[in-house]
Design a protein around this ligand. Structure first.
Ligand code: G3P
Ligand code: CA
Length: 248
């Protein structure tokens, strides 16, 4: 048996945040391809519903920041988004990228052999949690078993609803810092994983989580040196804009 101390992440513990968003426009197919090119095995992505119920991969509740258009997702349909350029804001070489649906994203990830950490965003325009979670499930069913999936959210209700639909999936609770009663909160979902802002991480948390069989990953860290002391203490993963920094 090896006595070697873990000094960095395993290859499958590095997740590309919104794809490899340091080098390609976030949450686009180009960003997911770039993650694969950098050697990542997982991508993190954000999902939200359009007015017509299409589930798309986008971080904000409007298209203003990351496309050529303007407007709330709640006032736009898939046809509207298909006319928008989601790449030029990042760089001319990405002109023509589109806001992808979750279904087409999962199809690509399956082809690339990448797992998906699907972050369910709750936006004000969403009509119901049921519509949101059943849409995620429908996309998963369309993708079939070719893509590894975990679900994350800042919303414990979304995780609980997803767990009821897909009890076999890993559920990760997103926190900026851990609340005092984090163990009870996870158990009530139930979730087995914490995704925590990297600045709130501590050795004590990793030790206690480890004793309880709870995984801890951190977001969004782009500096490998910052996490060096946490890998030997049981850190399970990093979500980063720059997977190459952790994989080389
Ligand atoms: O997965 C963690 C991270 O993505 C949460 O923050 O704002 O980038 O979605 P945000
Ligand atoms: Ca996210």
């Amino acid at each position: 048996m090896s006595n070697s101390v873990k000094t960095g992440p395993q290859r499958d513990e590095v997740q590309a945040h919104r794809g490899a968003s340091a080098v390609a426009p976030e949450n686009t197919l180009a960003a997911f391809r770039a993650a694969a090119e950098q050697g990542a095995q997982w991508v993190e992505l954000d999902v939200a519903l359009l007015a017509d119920g299409t589930l798309v991969v986008i971080h904000d509740d409007s298209v203003d920041r990351t496309t050529s258009g303007t407007g709330s997702l709640g006032a736009l349909n898939k046809d509207d988004l298909d006319r928008l350029d989601a790449g030029s804001w990042f760089g001319a070489s990405f002109a023509g990228e589109r806001v992808p649906t979750l279904s087409e994203t999962l199809q690509l990830l399956g082809q690339l052999g990448l797992g998906a950490n699907i972050e369910i965003k709750q936006h004000e325009h969403h009509r119901s949690l049921e519509q949101l979670t059943t849409s995620v499930r429908a996309a998963l069913r369309t993708a079939g078993a070719t893509t590894r999936v975990m679900i994350s959210s800042f919303d414990p209700e979304a995780l609980a609803a997803m767990h009821r639909l897909e009890p076999g999936l890993e559920m990760a609770m997103l926190w900026s810092k851990v609340p005092p009663n984090w163990q009870e909160r996870l158990a009530s979902i139930p979730a087995t994983t914490i995704h925590l802002h990297y600045k709130a991480l501590s050795i004590g948390l990793l030790e206690e989580a480890g004793r309880l069989g709870i995984k801890v990953r951190v977001w969004t860290c782009n500096e490998p040196a910052v996490l060096a002391s946490f890998w030997p203490a049981g850190l399970s993963g990093v979500i980063t804009d720059n997977p190459a920094a952790f994989l080389n």
